[in-house]
Design a protein around this ligand. Structure first.
Ligand SMILES: [Ca+2]
Ligand SMILES: [Ca+2]
Length: 227
């Protein structure tokens, strides 16, 4: 395992150009992509999560946040890195998360099935976190995450966040999106967070058979969009 906190921002552009590399891509047009949801209260209270991550049936996952201290985690499938080098995570999303450093949305990785660790803001080369020194009563307290309204939220339009880190062939990686809410207010607009697509370069997906074709079609769409 190699620490992804070693940000390699300058080289992320070269990954985009390596069209030959295998790329996992999921845009949720054909289903939930095998993503799973786990919502939990903080250990010191029993608050359920009001509006946990849910597949919207039409191309994305959304969460409406929670007025009680709670967490909802959206976890992708475990992928295998195909060659030594940078692995780039890219996802299209929009968010309207309670500002003022109260609530936060954050992205985690599990490498080789170890515990999920948060991707630090320094590892993002585009559209990193926007809330720092979070003060809300949740697991991201003191840390960083997405907060407030993302640019163009109301259009509505999505932003693309990109982070990269070095891996070795054979490593496994899984991504997780954490919506962390404190008590009281939630984000200004619904949904509070929406994930439209996820791509992870230099990995072989292990999709269910029914989504194999969709992965191929999705890859074409990804290349078209990035021109
Ligand atoms: Ca809140
Ligand atoms: Ca989508």
């Amino acid at each position: 395992m190699k620490k992804y906190s070693r940000a390699l921002l300058a080289t992320s552009a070269t990954i985009l150009g390596s069209a030959q590399a295998a790329t996992y891509f999921e845009n949720f047009s054909g289903g939930d992509g095998g993503f799973t949801v786990l919502s939990t209260p903080r250990a010191d209270n029993g608050n359920p999560f009001d509006s946990p991550w849910i597949y919207d049936g039409s191309g994305s996952f959304t969460t409406g946040g929670s007025a009680g201290v709670a967490h909802s985690r959206l976890t992708g499938p475990t992928l295998t890195v195909t060659t030594d080098g940078l692995v780039e995570l890219s996802f299209d999303h929009r968010y309207s998360i309670e500002g003022g450093n109260w609530d936060g949305g954050a992205v985690f990785l599990s490498v080789n099935n170890a515990a999920f660790e948060q991707i630090p803001n320094g590892a993002f080369s585009a559209n990193g976190y926007t809330a720092f020194a979070l003060i809300g009563n949740h697991d991201l307290n003191g840390g960083e995450g997405f907060g407030g309204n993302s640019p163009g939220y109301g259009d509505p339009s999505f932003i693309t966040s990109v982070a990269a880190a070095p891996f070795s062939a054979g490593d496994t990686v899984a991504v997780q999106f954490l919506m962390a809410n404190d008590e009281g207010a939630t984000g200004e607009f619904l949904p509070n967070w929406q994930i439209d697509s996820v791509s992870i370069t230099n990995t072989n997906a292990i999709p269910e058979p029914s989504s194999l074709l969709l992965c191929g079609l999705s890859a074409v769409g990804l290349l078209r969009r990035r021109r």
